[in-house]
Design a protein around this ligand. Structure first.
Ligand code: AMP
Ligand code: ZN
Length: 473
């Protein structure tokens, strides 16, 4: 397969060639800042990373996928302003920063597992890589790109002529104060902190010794240090949401290239557009936002949300609404019905695909994916195949092959595993079982209480010859 990816660096679709021309791809995707649950917008970024990784593996590449966990240094403003997100939450909850980090890291992977997102090959926590960050900062300093002011060590963007290339920023605009100047120690508003020592965060919970004094790293350095540690000083792909282009990724590039003297540090930059609600950005720091669990509580399977995301191209803004999610749920349901019917007719053994008509679908599917990961087109090809009503083993094998990329869990569905096994569904099933037991024991009050409790949550029970079934009101 020959992929073309839209590379933010250069702003064009480019043919993807792994470095060194071999089959191994190094990929770094910026991970979560674990001070709260991931919101459904954040999860769009991770589903995008997953589609990328699955597609490359489907095409025969080996992918080393590295993801960081930010548990230190991320301020509420990416350009060094505001509070430390982790410290603020820890204080509000009366917990330690590491307790908060641990809790939300687990919650994050619970969400990504439920979305069938393949776990990265390497997951690295910022707090466990401080020595790597210090070593990298030392190299940046030795190469003459830093200054100390007010106790902090800054990166001097005026020493790095290609600063802002990724975001098409102009140094002159930055000098004129295009960004809000909040830190008077900065010589240029675009300069950024590599290491904080004396700062406004006197209550910083975690500090480490360093050549610049006791303190903690700026946010951006962790991604440079950890990606280079695990993927080398030049690697293939780096991804994140579009919000990271002007500051976080711009600063990552400046630091990494200043330290290693290698240009480009990363060959392909992929950025996902935002998931939006009511025309606004879904923000974790603004307090109210939707989580995957909220969708589950409304009766949706996490894979309904995955399907919803795949129905949009990752580079287009996607508007979230429960109506659209409902549409996705219905489409996924009819897809499953068709696949189950196909499996019933054709048997489920895996087979080498020989039918030419089916090969054509696989080719069309691969073409869609090769073209900058066009999941909407790929889904359309899958639908086309299922509408053909071919009941062959080859057709089923093709569906499973496509699902290597889509990750909609079809194999499990065919194997009869209930893919609607969200905690919500499990809880309802358990309550239905309890109610049946209560009825058997002639405890009708307890049985009625269960029915009433569910009704208050919008679930109605219907007793029939095949047992009790439940529906949303
Ligand atoms: P954070 O945990 O805030 O560092 O964000 C994690 C990832 O989610 C980053 O790649 C962000 O760029 C991305 N992101 C944040 N908000 C959205 C959104 N509304 N839609 C899509 N991606 C987002
Ligand atoms: Zn990052």
């Amino acid at each position: 397969m020959a992929f073309t990816f839209y590379n933010t660096l250069g702003r064009e679709k480019q043919l993807f060639k792994p470095k060194d021309g071999n089959n191994a791809v190094g990929f770094y995707g910026c991970g979560p800042t674990v001070y709260n649950y991931a919101h459904i917008g954040n999860l769009r970024a991770y589903v995008h990373h997953d589609i990328l990784v699955r597609s490359l593996r489907h095409a025969g590449f080996t992918v080393n996928h590295v993801m960081n966990i930010t548990d230190v240094g991320h301020l509420s403003d990416d350009a060094d302003g505001g509070d430390d997100k982790m410290v603020k939450t820890a204080e509000e909850r009366g917990k330690s920063v590491l307790e908060i980090a641990d809790f939300y890291t687990q919650a994050f992977f619970k969400d990504t597992d439920r979305l069938n997102i393949t776990r990265p090959t390497v997951v690295c926590k910022a707090t466990e890589h401080i020595a790597d960050m210090i070593a990298l900062i030392k190299r940046i300093e030795e190469n003459g790109f830093t200054y100390i002011a007010g106790g902090n060590l800054y990166f001097d963007i005026s020493k790095f002529p290609s600063y802002g290339e990724l975001a098409l920023l102009r140094l002159d605009d930055l000098k004129a104060g295009a960004r809000i100047q909040q830190d008077e120690n900065k010589r240029n508003p675009g300069d950024f902190v590599l290491w904080f020592t004396k700062s406004k965060f006197e209550n910083q919970a975690l500090v480490w010794d360093s050549p610049w004094g006791k303190g903690y790293p700026g946010w951006h350095i962790e991604c440079s240090a950890m990606s280079m540690k695990y993927l080398g000083e030049n690697f293939d792909i780096h991804a994140g949401g579009i919000d990271h282009i002007p500051i976080h990724h711009t600063n990552e590039i400046a630091q990494s290239e200043a330290a290693a003297g290698v240009k480009p540090w990363v060959n392909y930059w992929l950025h996902n557009e935002f998931l939006v609600m009511n025309d606004g950005k879904i923000s974790k720091s603004k307090g109210s936002f939707l989580t995957l669990q909220n969708l589950v509580d409304e009766g949706y399977d996490p894979l309904d949300y995955r399907y919803f995301l795949l129905s949009g191209h990752y580079r287009s803004q996607l508007q979230f609404s429960f109506d659209s999610l409902k549409g996705a749920k219905n489409s996924r349901k009819s897809l499953i019905d068709k696949i189950k019917a196909l499996a019933d007719k054709s048997g489920t053994q895996e087979t080498e695909i020989k039918e030419e008509n089916i090969i054509k679908y696989i080719e069309a599917f691969d073409k869609a994916i090769e073209d900058d990961l066009s999941t909407p087109r790929a889904l359309a090809v899958l639908w086309g195949l299922l509408k053909e009503e071919t009941a062959s083993k080859d057709a089923l094998a093709a569906v499973l092959k496509m699902d290597e990329v889509l990750g909609l869990g079809f194999k499990d569905i065919i194997a009869g595993k209930n893919h609607d096994n969200t905690e919500f569904t499990q809880e309802i099933e358990e309550l239905i079982a309890k109610r049946a037991e209560a009825k058997k024991a002639k405890d009708f009050t307890a049985a009625d209480n269960i029915r009433q409790g569910l009704k208050e949550r919008g679930i109605i029970l219907e007793d029939g010859p095949a047992g009790t079934v439940w529906k949303h009101l």
